[in-house]
Design a protein around this ligand. Structure first.
Ligand code: GDP
Ligand code: MG
Length: 163
């Protein structure tokens, strides 16, 4: 069985940028505006030299009835349920929001291994957000910059530990 890793989090935290960074492909659309990714995307990458599948979730575009928050919740729950490891992403420049807390509850309650990822942590603008991330109760955050390729080695180390 191929290891499945799902990237979840609220819109605009950099999930698709991280997907592209980890897969080395341009399968996921990166949006200047929140919620551009149309579908869930899957791509190939490796964890500890073993083939793995990475899932990028969009959250907003599921053609289901209900509020945006409800659709995001349903899509994320699905991805989390089938993932062996969850990459839960927040925006370190924004810090922890109520929507992040909602996603964190879902991830925590799944019982699946969750790696907390504080993205956009390049430079000093993300420092307080990385610190705030501890309040989510998902363990130590991995500070990364998906856009600039920083902290990706640390993230791979954590993936190897959970795999
Ligand atoms: P998604 O909605 O979670 O998939 O987020 P996207 O990957 O589409 O990115 C949303 C925005 O955040 C885009 O403008 C990205 O260029 C930007 N972004 C993503 N990663 C980083 C990062 O590491 N640092 C900074 N400063 N911006 C980032
Ligand atoms: Mg996206």
């Amino acid at each position: 069985m191929t290891l499945k890793v799902a990237i979840v989090g609220r819109p605009n935290v950099g999930k698709s940028t991280l997907f592209n960074r980890l897969t080395g492909r341009k399968l996921a659309l990166v949006a200047p505006m929140p919620g551009l990714t149309r579908d869930r995307r899957e791509g190939a990458f490796e964890v500890a030299g073993q083939p793995a599948t990475l899932i990028d979730t969009a959250g907003l575009e599921d053609a289901e009835a209900g509020s945006i928050a409800e659709r995001m919740r349903v899509q994320s729950e699905r991805a989390i349920a089938e993932a062996d490891i969850v990459l839960f992403v927040i925006d370190a420049r924004v810090g922890v929001t109520p929507v992040d807390e909602m996603f964190a509850d879902i991830a925590r309650q799944s019982g699946h291994p969750v790696i907390l990822v504080a993205n956009k942590a390049e430079g000093s603008a993300g420092e307080s957000g990385v610190y705030e991330a501890y309040s989510l109760g998902l363990g130590d955050p991995v500070a990364i910059s998906a856009e600039h390729g920083e902290g990706i080695g640390d993230l791979h180390d954590r993936l190897e530990t959970e795999a």
